[in-house]
Write a protein that binds this ligand. Structure first.
Ligand code: GLN
Length: 536
């Protein structure tokens, strides 16, 4: 049987939840017994988002194989509960890099290289890889950005061609748009949606389904209007009002008949009835009134919460498991250095220091780690959060005042965090960190091992610097436990403080493996400890 494709395009504005919608529909199809795969096409020129500032792009999501990808891949993995690979995300930069390398090798001698067919062929080849690699029956494919963007043209053209090659009956185009509201009258407008559909049709694509997003309830007459003006079947206009609970999206789409509609249109037969009960229970649990716990998230990019997307979701998952309401209090690390923001830290039931790069805010994070240690406030450190926990410990417990990471002070006398040997000769910045899944053995009797409940785990990494083994004995003597190590014993992966209710930090990023129904043990442990901690 040929692979079926569901293409997601965006209209009117970006950030209306196209990724979440694709992820939720993926779940509805998986629940019907289909093997689904997902792919995100990013029209920007960077080879991957790894070199972009989180302010530009939000979080960089890391996969098992070390691919640095768009944060939408996090939505796909969390909703559908699948593990994706490198082929699930590519950019214009990757496409051009490949074609230019071919050209230099002489593959097209005598020819002129053009967007059509060379670039569009390469886009189609990469789309084909997903079905080939995963054996999926349905590939859900999201095009980043908004219809009309100059960069997305070759991608849409490639989809148009692909539709003709694989057959119209095997493809669906789902267009996700935004319905703005006019402030004074509260009237919801469909005109921008009509224009975005017109733009899509001008390049030869007519959407089969329109998912219209709005902050206010969308009434029937508006759906009828969209159907008429955009030439889409009435039952394929899906009104999606903003919900306060992200994980309700699949339930809403299922209620509106999207799962059945897609299945029927692709002429597929579901092998089982979707069981949405666990999701219903999850949403009920989120909505139930529960005791609140405050988590101070001490970060560098806190104005843009998308920069910490997976961390935020992992906290939510762990809160559900602990039957508490997690209130994330965003703290600018740099503020703490200027004696600001402390009232938030002091009120928090737990402190979390996430990953990051560069020296801005480092001293503030060290202060937060010191506060957590001295006042025995539950603490979870993620990657950089682990490194600052070690720097703080070295400075204030071991008395090595100059201790630092060589990332922030190249000539520090005590580089307790230092560049890995194999990183010293690397000069390229893109894709050269320690990336992806690595095994880690847990030390019996530690809080870490108790939290995980298994002797060995595999977690996703994204960093250049490591704990410097020269200091291991000294740290250990003073009460720092190396509760997780690489199996060869060479790399410190998790540390915890012996004399503390819960001060644990990992060199990897546990947030990437947390799922709504499978919360990550280290986050569950943090929220559990926070629950028991009222005021300090
Ligand atoms: N900047 C640190 C390193 O490269 C931490 C990276 C991170 O937090 N992801 O090791």
């Amino acid at each position: 049987m040929s692979t079926k494709y569901v293409f997601f395009t965006g209209g009117v504005v970006s950030s209306v939840g196209k990724g979440v919608t694709a992820a939720a529909i993926g779940l509805l199809l998986k629940e019907r017994g289909f093997k689904v795969a997902v792919q995100k096409l990013d029209p920007y020129i960077n080879v991957d988002p790894g070199t972009m500032s989180p302010y530009q792009h939000g979080e960089v999501y890391v996969l098992d194989d070390g691919a640095e990808t768009d944060l939408d891949l996090g939505h796909y993995e969390r909703f559908i509960d699948i593990r994706l690979s490198r082929v699930s995300n590519f950019t214009t930069g990757q496409v051009y890099a490949e074609i230019i390398a071919n050209e230099r090798r002489g593959d097209y001698l005598g020819g002129t290289i053009q967007v059509i067919p060379h670039i569009t062929n390469e886009i189609k080849r990469r789309i084909g890889l997903v079905a080939k690699e995963t054996g999926a029956e349905i590939v859900l494919l999201e095009v980043g950005g908004t219809v009309g963007d100059i960069e997305s043209q070759p991608f849409l053209e490639a989809l148009r061609q692909l539709r003709n090659e694989v057959g119209r009956e095997n493809c669906l185009f789902v267009h996700v748009t935004w319905l703005p509201t006019i402030g004074a009258t509260g009237e919801i407008k469909t005109k921008p949606t009509q224009h975005s559909v017109a733009a899509l049709r001008s390049i030869g694509i007519s959407p089969n389904m329109i998912i219209a997003r709005a902050d206010l309830p969308i009434d029937q007459s508006l759906c009828e209007k969209i159907a008429l003006f955009c030439d889409v079947e009435r039952d394929a206009v899906i009104p999606m009002t903003t919900t306060d609970v992200l994980y309700e999206v699949p339930l809403l789409l299922e209620k509106l008949g999207v799962g059945d509609w897609v299945t029927d249109k692709l002429a597929l037969k579901a092998t089982r009835k979707p069981n949405m009960r666990p999701w219903k229970k999850l949403v009920e649990e989120v909505r139930a009134s529960k005791p609140a716990v405050k988590i101070a998230l001490v970060g560098k990019y806190v104005e843009l919460q998308d920069a910490y997307m997976s961390v935020r979701e992992a906290i939510k998952h762990a809160a559900i498991a602990n039957h508490v309401e997690a209130e994330i209090c965003w703290v600018h690390a740099a503020d703490l250095e200027k004696d600001k923001g402390w009232e938030v830290v002091k009120q928090a039931n737990a402190i979390l220091v996430p990953g990051g790069f560069g020296s801005r805010g480092i001293e503030g994070k060290v202060l937060a780690a010191r506060y957590a240690r001295e006042y025995k406030v539950p603490y979870l450190g993620l990657c950089l959060g682990m490194q600052v926990m070690c720097i703080e410990f070295a400075r204030h417990v071991l008395g090595l005042e100059e201790a630092n990471s060589s990332e922030f002070d190249r000539s520090t006398e005590h580089p307790v965090i230092d560049l890995m040997l194999d990183q010293r000769t690397i000069s390229d910045m893109g894709g050269t960190m320690r990336l992806g899944l690595y095994p880690c053995t847990l030390q019996k009797g530690t809080k870490t091992a108790a939290a995980y409940g298994v002797p060995r785990v595999e977690e996703r990494h994204r960093h250049r610097f490591e704990f410097n083994n020269t200091y291991r004995d000294e740290f250990h003597k003073h009460g720092m436990l190396f509760s997780g190590m690489s199996p060869d014993g060479k790399l410190v992966e998790i540390v915890e403080l012996a004399d503390h209710p819960y001060m644990i930090a990992s060199q990897f990023h546990p947030e990437f493996l947390s799922r709504p129904m499978k919360p990550h043990p280290l986050f569950v442990g943090l929220l559990g400890a926070a629950k028991g901690k009222s005021g300090h």
